[in-house]
Design a binder for this molecule. Sequence first.
Ligand code: ASP
Length: 337
Amino acid sequence: MQRRQFINLSSLGLSAFTFSSFKSSSAIRKPIVISTWDAGIEANKAAWKVLSNGGHALDAVEQGVMVTESSQNCCVGLGANPDRDGFVTLDASIMDHQFNCGSVAFLERIKHPISVARRVMEKTPHVMLVGEGAQQFAVAEGFPLESDKLSNDAKKAYENWLKKSEYKPVINIERSQKSTAFAPSKLENGEWNHDTIGMVAMDANGNLSGSCTTSGQGFKMRGRVGDSPIIGAGLFVDNEVGAATATGQGEDVIRICGSHLVVEFMRQGLHPEAACKKAVERIIKAKGIEKSKLIQVGFIAINKQGEYGGYCIQKGFNFAVCYADDQNFLVDGKYIL
Ligand code: ASP
């Protein structure tokens, strides 16, 4: 470190070594895309195709999560577990580098809610459409109305659930034969077990965007909407600062405006990982340690330097990071409890 730089830091009362654990590198890492859970690896590949060809972050985050929405091996999208009345209902949101945003909630029988959210953003004066109105809009925009039949796996899971009819989300797991807390998030038969993908990206021009799409908690009450389609809760992007998205118990993310909070912590100068950690701490503080042990929430974030990070309440959350053709890897989320 140059003597003058050191003196400048000292005069601010800061030691150069204060920054050692979350050190910023001077080179900006871009493009970059990160997304939640194991399914993020496949989603990142599609996003990377866009980003590595000079495409926009907004297209990358839409095309990335569409892979997960279409996947037969995933609980995101129409193959997901239904609500307690037996209907799959989907939530999604998208946000670009200019505070444009769109979302849909309680949407049924549409394969790509993320693309409907984008149309809401681009073609309506609104930010959010829900339920029947969202579906009508989607159909008017040319999205096909899919069958309302449950996938075989979802049907089995629902029949099983009906035996007790208890709403008791299993931590880190949306649909698992094992159904144990702290089970690995990829099942042995290759099925991705999570119901949400959140993705944030920065393109070669340094612009940020984010997307989030989910079937929400399985066996939820009919009409329940989680954090994923709520701008500021499940997703937030501020092109001056960074972008964040959330997964896990949506109600607890909404309570603290989680993704917005992460971005605000980054605005204060925190590294993305430290910002995610502080948001998780806020949830634990609000809820208390004992109740927090019963839930999972994970945040991921990137900043304008292309630094990334994630944090969660408890073990088992992971996210996928991609910033080069041969760099698309999973990172285990650090956890507090
Ligand atoms: N956050 C989503 C919701 O509450 C679910 C999840 O990420 O597991 O709907």
